[in-house]
Write a protein that binds this ligand. Sequence first.
Ligand code: RP5
Length: 178
Amino acid sequence: MSQTESRTEPNADQEADVATPAVGLIMGSQSDWATMSHAATTLDALEIRYESRIVSAHRTPDRLADYARTAAERGLKVIIAGAGGAAHLPGMCAAWSSLPVLGVPVESHALKGMDSLLSIVQMPGGVPVGTLAIGKAGAINAALLAASILALSDDALGARLETWRALQTAAVAETPAS
Ligand code: RP5
């Protein structure tokens, strides 16, 4: 194959890379989707490939171990993990994988998400989880932070992120409407 052909026709590895999700979007329960769907919407807006899965630290511990231990070799670059209550999912993900793990505390009914927040943010030194805000804001920001991380090695994504931010800025009115 000539050099020209190799530039214009992706080889098998490159084709696989195009199809491989860059972000693993996981959550402890179906009930977390109402929150975590905001991360999905934001990833969609930035044209970031992701896969979404229900992976519970408590109810499906083997699924969690399998998921996190194989995440890097499957091509994921960042994991976004949302959970509520005794929210061990992000921390256990970080225990099994060296990928960046972004934790989203899902708002719980009993304690308004304070339990989720403290469970996720108070990791022991040496096993980091990047913890976002409780609820929708955290889910959106997890996606944006994942975008920033991925944009370090993806100029096109960096440009899309800058455009997204510029549109957000342009959408803020100078005066409040009554
Ligand atoms: C956590 O327990 C999940 O992340 C969820 O936020 C919470 C409640 O789960 P369900 O009882 O609604 O399935 O593991």
